[in-house]
Design a protein around this ligand. Structure first.
Ligand SMILES: Nc1ncnc2c1ncn2[C@@H]1O[C@H](COP(=O)(O)OP(=O)(O)O)[C@@H](O)[C@H]1O
Ligand SMILES: Nc1ncnc2c1ncn2[C@H]1C[C@H](O)[C@@H](COP(=O)(O)O)O1
Length: 222
């Protein structure tokens, strides 16, 4: 199969639940495509560990922090003119995490409202490049829990399994109605990030998805 080249200004975003393999695939794709990465910085997050110990107390602070961080990343991608693989989308902050905590009562209704209006205002700006394609990583809950354990972040390992179970279910519902950009679904049992031919296959599929979406946009003149 002839491989369709990926435009050098593309923005490829990798989405999926915690531990599914986003950062690993982001790094592998960026290296192969000679793209830059936009990574989530977990180690210097001042709220994350506190949040896992007390969701109610820290949910709002953490969401505002993630929103600010991701918006800065979006702006950097916009200013660079693309050419990035991004680890996690801004859509997951609001569509998965903030909503889940609001629904389960660990973020108050007023905090959720404030957060959501800030999110809407940020997304409406020209600094917000929508991805050319969102790669959605999916897998079974046991495989994902195994990866969370293997990675060894104590705060995640100590968190009740029901938290990850609820998140896993929410992701499945969320992706079913996600329509902000084209989606490429990848099952984690069906690729090997260390196998070059497996990455070739993913890159071919990314190429096709981007080509189709750019053609569709051009025909609508948007
Ligand atoms: N394709 C893969 N096969 C096997 N293990 C993987 C794969 N991708 C990631 N992992 C492992 O799973 C764990 C979580 O991966 P990571 O990329 O950090 O997930 P995420 O960014 O989605 O939270 C890490 O220990 C990583 O080494
Ligand atoms: N928006 C978020 N709210 C709560 N927690 C979040 C949010 N975004 C990321 N996280 C957490 C989940 C993980 O513990 C780390 C990093 O995510 P990962 O999926 O491992 O890249 O941050």
């Amino acid at each position: 199969m002839t491989q369709i080249s990926i435009p050098s200004d593309a923005l490829i975003t990798v989405a999926g639940t915690v531990g599914v393999g986003k950062s690993t695939l982001t790094a592998a794709l960026a290296q192969r495509l000679d793209f830059r990465t936009s990574l989530e910085k977990v180690d210097h997050n001042p709220y994350l560990e506190k949040f896992y110990h007390d969701f109610e107390r820290w949910s709002f602070h953490l969401q505002i922090y993630f929103l600010a961080e991701r918006f800065k990343e979006q702006k950097a991608i916009f200013e660079a003119g693309g050419g990035f693989v991004q680890d996690r989308s801004i859509y997951e902050d609001t569509g998965i995490f903030a909503k889940m905590h609001a629904d389960q009562g660990t973020m108050s209704a007023v905090d959720y409202e404030t957060y959501s209006s800030l999110f809407e205002a940020m997304v409406m700006t020209p600094y917000f490049p929508h991805p050319d394609v969102l790669i959605y990583l999916e897998g079974s809950l046991p495989s994902i829990l195994g990866r969370i354990t293997e990675r060894g972040r104590e705060m995640e390992i100590q968190t009740e399994v029901t938290y990850w179970e609820k998140m896993h279910g929410r992701y499945a519902d969320w992706i079913g109605s996600f329509d902000a950009c084209p989606v490429l679904r990848l099952n984690i049992d069906e690729y090997d990030v260390n196998d070059p031919s497996s990455l070739d296959d993913i890159i071919s599929r990314i190429g096709v998805a981007i080509q189709e979406s750019r053609r569709a946009k051009a025909s609508l003149n948007v």
